[in-house]
Write a protein that binds this ligand. Sequence first.
Ligand code: NAP
Length: 297
Amino acid sequence: MTAQIIDGKQVAADMRAELKAEVAELAKKGIVPGLAVVLVGEDPASKSYVTAKERACEDMGIYSDDNRLAADTSQEELMALIEKLNKDPKINGILVQLPLPDGLNEAEVLLAIDPVKDVDGFHPVNVGKMVVGEKAFLPCTPHGILQLLMRSNVTIKGAEVVIVGRSNIVGKPLANMLIQKNPTGNATVTVCHTRTKDLSYHTKRADILIAAAGRPKTVTADMVKEGVVVIDVGVNRVEDATKKKGYRLVGDVDFEAVKEKASLITPVPGGVGPMTITMLLYNTVESAKRAAGIDEH
Ligand code: NAP
């Protein structure tokens, strides 16, 4: 079997087109969703993520409030900015680009964001709501993965899902979403990590395998069963002298070999990555609708 490729760029483009139409409808009612992005320091990767988020907002008709602060910004200055954004009615979502420079207290900053504007879904209030199955902002990467599965018509209900990785931004929230007793949940989920005794025992049982370990070739062809659906979250740089930059990006899965056994698989790049910013835009639009008293769910 050779897998069908799940085209994350296409799914993201479809979702963005739907959102753009929704934003245009909201604009007719005088509602313009607003996202504040806070970047502290000069980290090149963070700068390029932030620029991509701002461009995506612009393209969508979402108001983007750009806050770029010097690396020596104090905790007090940053907290004061968050407070100001919490009160600003033009702002529906606040995103603080992580990691923050050394010396700044990340947990304190994230906790200061008003949960109704926490479009990253990292605030403990939103995490708690998600766990008990209440309406919450879902964290963007796992929510994007859920959308990829749903829009590829993968049956989640009753499936054996194995997640490799238990981080707070991917593995743990995704496991929580997939065990919910709701139409997009009802899976049987196993979460693996570096203390898992026999990783391949678990991965071989998976109907749906999610790799979020941050290490190339964590999943090889001998570790999966025929017909598995594979979602590769990993983004890893490997040296490649043929590339101008001297490296290329690969996921956590040995793509070329695993695609010969899988039924569906996401590539890296072009799989999960494009979904993450899309879900941030989705949450910002949701937040604007809630603030305006429009609640369809
Ligand atoms: P993380 O915080 O480093 O967590 C990695 C997890 O994988 C940990 O739970 C770790 O176990 C586990 N792990 C690592 N090596 C393993 C192995 N050999 N066997 C079993 N488990 C192993 O990483 P993250 O933030 O979740 O990100 C994971 C990957 O996804 C990274 O490559 C990241 O760049 C990528 N990512 C991509 C997107 C996107 O939008 N495309 C978004 C987020 C993350 P322990 O807990 O025991 O250490």
